[in-house]
Ligand binder design. Structure first.
Ligand code: BES
Ligand code: ZN
Length: 854
């Protein structure tokens, strides 16, 4: 009955094969008798055959279930167990299906279905985990109301919706909103709540709770505030109100993802909800606020309107990421959020889109859907919505969204439905725009310019390289936000959106007294790679003068990249003009500290490798590392005399407040500290470490010291102080690997896998170590191949414990074709070793085969 792990010919599912289920599910009643190794689940499901069904096969998904009994209308029936579920002969009229199954939550280390985490029962059903709880049509287009009875001796027993009764050893819940099974949730354990409340705009009182393990009560206040802000924001901006009397959030230590939007009962990885100044960094606070918002926003974009099938995943995820980005921009700083998102997009999505795992935001086939919760579905999915909003304008965007909620509430929808509301609300034909959903790959846009007799012409040429299964690409609609500056820095043309629709297209601007400096792709108005011949002095000009903050950062970023690429390719010294520009900026107190911190953060080494690769070079990770070191050292020296003053001037004193303002200042201060530590032997960092009263400053000091190989004592002290705090220990594990020199990275990581606190069962801990290994570019790609080997070994070991996390982490190898033939051969050997593992999961099998076959 176990899903025998297939090493060959796993099933592929295709979008084109979609067929509705032949039965409507009128209601679901579930009874759980909880027991760690033998939980009984009784289901009573009313099915109504659809009169117009093209297929009336009665097939229910089920995996890792022991079927005890099955009945139809009270009479025992014999179900046929088939691959992945069961079949049964059923009446052609309405009938009640009842089944009793037994499951083993304590043995469930895959963390999908019903499992145990620290003695607490919890569930994770998206995407296809409900089938590990009972037999059911486990597909998002089957929606029903759920009534749940939980029997057990846990002090707190929760499910979706509203409580309808409770007594000694039992609790009952009812969720009035029809939902797909992937939104089902159950939690039971020894939990305490941090309560709150919210009154909706129409005056409904909603009870809010964050449930945590005893001892974590003090880490809930920030999350609760974030939840209330999210509820208010969704009312103010989208007019969307919460629709139950109760909203519960639960923190769980063992969780594959960040968090999950189960109806009325969101379940969070504890790292994404628990926060305190002593244990969380500014970055943690920002992420927690965003993810609470994200899961809350799913209540409308995901739950009330869900996906017809999993190919449509970006319908809910892309939209909800877009909405949480709007929220963060409103709560914090719009340009800073945009810059952070573009950095993340380039770090995660561009490599995916340019490598063997490339797929469109709406894929057309998959073997394991868990492998498609990707940067492309999420982040590019959100970018596509941003482009749509820019093309139709803000008013039309909200008009279309209103129509979407009005027309599709309670339905399971497709990307076609989504685009249709925009067409209907605006009268616009979106057939070409739709290519963004079906074509993979990042478009390259080459820009050339011409100036004569007061007329300035910009010519754009777009093309998209081949991706797996898509050798040819048609031109897409690309909104190109452009402004023009005069040579003295004035803006002579404010931002306007040019709509590219053809492979090659020109736009002219008349009446210009002199040749302007163009500011192209403002706000990063489309997820493309811009190619334009330009000079470093023009980039420096834009860094100083552009009125678009995003493009100001982008000019600095492009300049930084050019300087580093020149250092790598020609052994050039760090460009003096660039160093001067940075110095000027860092001292300019008129500028937002967060912005200065971003400009002062160099492009990642992986980003340099990607850029070299895009330009036809073979990146050498060690050379890239050396150039980064030289550059940072030179910058530190250049700033030497001003660093102590800058450090003092940017130090945030007084009570720690995790807001955008304080976080920006601390980010700048930490950058300066890391430079200073290269020169002062770690004196200042040691002082900061000793006096810090918050994790942001403690961590920044520790990181600066460890990077300079001066942090041994502090690392020990940190361990002593925090060894009982799992989330802080994750930082300790990761930091040692992130700060290790290239030749020591794999050895450091390996040693940490022997540490008594390392565990394969906790995804956060595994990711802390193996994620840090994969994230240390020069260390992971060290010529010895030790990094590749260590990751592969650990992925093989993890696969039988937790396939989902294994498969996601395999993506660390996705950039392998960038590197030289020796490294490629090393990686190929590791990928083949993984693939040859007996009993390899379907998840990992799919990922590794895709990486090998491209
Ligand atoms: N629905 C997802 C959680 C999920 C992902 C469940 C994959 C099952 C499989 C949730 O809404 C989500 O997207 N979470 C993100 C964080 C978010 C802020 C982008 C996550 O968990 O990383
Ligand atoms: Zn989501």
């Amino acid at each position: 009955m176990n899903d025998a792990a297939p090493n060959a010919a796993p099933q592929t599912f295709y979008l084109k094969d979609y067929k509705p289920f032949g039965y409507e599910v009128e209601s679901v009643k579930l009874t759980f008798q909880l027991s760690p190794n033998a939980t009984k689940v009784h289901s009573a499901i009313r099915f109504n055959p659809k009169a117009d069904a093209e297929d009336n096969r009665f097939f229910l998904h089920g995996e890792q279930l022991s079927l005890i009994s099955a009945k139809i209308d009270g009479t025992p029936v014999t179900a046929r167990l088939v691959d992945g579920g069961l079949e049964c002969d059923v009446p052609r009229t309405s009938f009640l299906w009842e089944a009793e199954v037994e499951i083993d939550p304590a043995a469930n280390t895959a963390l999908e279905g019903l499992y145990m985490s620290n003695g607490m029962y919890c569930t994770q059903c998206e995407a296809e985990g409900f089938r590990k709880i009972t037999y059911y049509p486990d597909r998002p287009d089957v929606m029903s109301t759920f009534t749940v009875r939980i029997e057990g001796d846990e002090p707190v027993m929760l499910s979706n919706g509203n409580p309808t009764g409770a007594g000694e050893g039992w609790a009952e819940w009812h969720d009035p909103w029809p939902k797909p099974a992937y939104l089902f949730a159950l939690v039971a354990g020894d939990l305490v709540n941090h309560p709150g409340s919210f009154t909706t705009k129409s005056g409904k009182d909603v009870e809010l709770n964050i449930w945590v393990r005893p001892g974590d009560e003090g880490k809930c206040a920030f999350g609760m505030e974030a939840l209330k802000k999210s509820m208010k924001w969704d009312e103010d901006v989208y007019g969307l109100e919460y629709d139950l009397d109760l909203f519960n959030i639960v923190a769980v230590d063992d969780f594959n993802m960040g968090a999950m939007e189960n109806k009325g009962l969101n379940i969070f990885n504890s790292s994404c909800v628990l926060a305190s100044p002593e244990t969380s960094t500014d970055a943690n606070f920002e992420r927690i606020e965003a993810i609470i918002a994200h899961e809350y926003f799913h209540n409308w974009t995901g739950n009330r309107i869900t996906c017809r099938d999993w190919f449509q995943l970006c319908l809910k995820e892309g939209l909800t990421v877009f909405r949480d980005a709007q929220f963060t921009a409103d709560m914090r700083s719009e340009p800073v959020k945009r810059i952070e998102d573009v950095i993340a997009l380039r770090a995660r999505q561009f490599p995916e889109d340019g490598g063997p795992l490339a797929h469109p935001p709406r894929p057309e086939e998959f073997q394991e859907i868990n492998n498609f919760y990707t940067a492309t579905v999420y982040e590019k999915g959100a970018e596509v919505i941003g482009m749509l909003k820019r093309l139709v304008g803000d008013d039309n965007y909200y008009k279309a969204l209103n129509l979407y909620f009005e027309r599709h509430d309670g339905q399971a929808c497709t990307i076609e439905d989504w685009l249709k509301v925009f067409e209907d609300a605006t009268g616009r034909d979106l057939s070409q725009f739709k290519l963004w959903y079906s074509q993979a790959g990042t478009p390259r846009v080459k820009v050339t310019e011409d100036y004569a007799d007061g007329t300035y012409t910009l010519t754009f040429e777009q093309s998209t390289p081949p991706t797996p299964g898509q050798p040819e690409k048609a031109p897409r609609v690309i909104p190109m936000a452009v402004g023009l500056l005069s040579p003295n820095g004035d803006e002579v043309r404010g931002t306007q959106v040019l709509e590219l629709t053809e492979a090659k297209q020109s736009f002219t601007f008349d009446g210009l007294a002199s040749k302007p400096v163009p500011s192209i792709l403002r706000e990063f108005s489309a997820p493309v790679i811009l190619e334009r011949e330009t000079t470093n002095s023009e980039r420096a000009f834009l860094l100083a003068h552009d009125t678009d903050p995003f493009n100001r950062w982008e000019a600095g970023n492009a300049l930084a990249k050019e300087v580093r690429v020149a250092m790598v390719l020609d052994g050039a010294a760090p460009d003096a003009a660039y160093l001067d520009a940075l110095e000027k900026l860092v001292r300019d107190d008129e500028q937002d500290p967060a912005f200065r911190a971003l400009v002062l953060s160099p492009p990642s080494q992986s980003d340099i490798a990607q850029t070299l690769h895009e330009r036809g070079h073979t990146p050498d990770p060690q050379t890239i590392y050396d150039a980064a070191e030289t550059f940072t050292q030179t910058l530190a020296q250049q700033l030497e005399t001003s660093l102590p003053r800058l450090y003092a001037a940017t130090t945030v004193e007084g009570l720690y407040v995790p807001d955008a303002d304080g976080a920006g200042k601390r980010a700048l201060n930490s950058r300066i500290l890391s430079l200073l530590t290269r020169l002062d032997g770690g004196e200042q960092a040691a002082r900061q470490y000793a006096s810090a009263d918050n994790m942001t400053q403690q961590y920044a000091a520790l990181a600066a010291l460890m990077k300079a190989e001066k942090g041994e004592a502090q690392s020990k002290a940190f361990f002593e102080q925090w060894q009982d705090d799992r989330l802080v220990m994750d930082k300790w594990f990761a930091l040692q690997i992130a700060c290790a020199a290239p030749e020591a990275t794999a050895a450091t990581a390996k040693e940490l896998t022997q540490h008594p606190l390392f565990s394969m069962k906790n995804p956060n801990r595994f990711r802390a170590v193996m994620g840090a290994l994969a994230g240390n570019h020069a260390g992971f790609h060290h010529a010895s191949g030790a990094g590749y080997q260590l990751l592969a070994e650990n992925l093989i070991a993890l696969d039988s414990v937790n396939p989902q996390t294994t498969a996601r982490m395999c993506a660390a190898f996705q950039t392998w074709k960038r590197y030289d033939s020796k490294r490629q051969a090393q990686i190929q050997a590791e990928l083949e070793r993984i693939l040859a593992t007996s009993g390899l999961s379907r998840d990992t099998h799919e990922m590794v085969s895709r990486m090998l076959s491209a």
